[in-house]
Design a protein around this ligand. Sequence first.
Ligand SMILES: Nc1ncnc2c1ncn2[C@@H]1O[C@H](COP(=O)(O)OP(=O)(O)O)[C@@H](O)[C@H]1O
Ligand SMILES: Nc1ccn([C@@H]2O[C@H](COP(=O)(O)OP(=O)(O)O)[C@@H](O)[C@H]2O)c(=O)n1
Length: 232
Amino acid sequence: MAVTPVIVAIDGPSGTGKSSTSKAVAARLGLGYLDTGAQYRAMTWWMLANGVDVADAAAVAAACAKPSIVSGTDPLAPTITVDGTDVAGPIRGREVTSAVSAVSAVPEVRARITELQRSLASETAAAAGGIVVEGRDIGTTVLPAADVKIFLTASPEARAARRSAELSGADAAGLAATREALLKRDAADSGRTASPLAKAADATEVDTTELTLEQVIECVVTLVEAARRPVR
Ligand SMILES: Nc1ncnc2c1ncn2[C@@H]1O[C@H](COP(=O)(O)OP(=O)(O)O)[C@@H](O)[C@H]1O
Ligand SMILES: Nc1ccn([C@@H]2O[C@H](COP(=O)(O)OP(=O)(O)O)[C@@H](O)[C@H]2O)c(=O)n1
């Protein structure tokens, strides 16, 4: 018996567990996976690498059609390239992290990346039986007809502790500085006009502060399995 492709949207602020949960759920259920934050980071990396002033929205808008951003949707080995260059490492650096909210607030950037996301989501969902897409505006704007919508939250303290445990070397920062940077990015992402970070009215909110990653994964897998409808 075949099942219809299932589209899963997972949104929320930084450090709530979107990437870890989405990859694990997709791997467990044999679905594709798309990290939309990585696409905004890749766009930002290209702007910085090409000397575009990220504070100049008109310059960012004028340039944003140029880079070719390609995402691999295997949850066990997700990839991201810009004009054929693997940027998976550099897009996680501090420079990109502090510039990404400005670039992603530009409507032309969002229009271009949203189009990429919609076509990749429908191709992958058809080929893999479904896809888990994570970001900030997936349930509200990119895929408003998603079968399952989850909005992850966690206290700023828990999120900062998780993030700062990941950072090392030149990117290492104290807990207080990490918390501050994270709250600043949340405020920018939630306060922008174009498709802000927001919970869709029909999303299920899961507060992960006191949950283990495994508990969050279980919760989402249960919701996805309940939404999958057999085709007769
Ligand atoms: N429920 C959880 N409890 C403890 N640590 C978690 C939990 N969920 C995620 N993490 C850890 O927190 C860090 C950030 O998670 P990530 O999935 O990258 O969040 P996001 O994609 O929302 O920014 C990772 O190191 C991850 O292993
Ligand atoms: N759907 C999305 C996903 C990310 N973003 C932007 O991209 C940035 C990086 O997203 P991310 O998911 O990699 O961030 P982390 O949660 O990993 O810190 C966010 O802070 C937003 O500015 C967005 O605007 N819309």
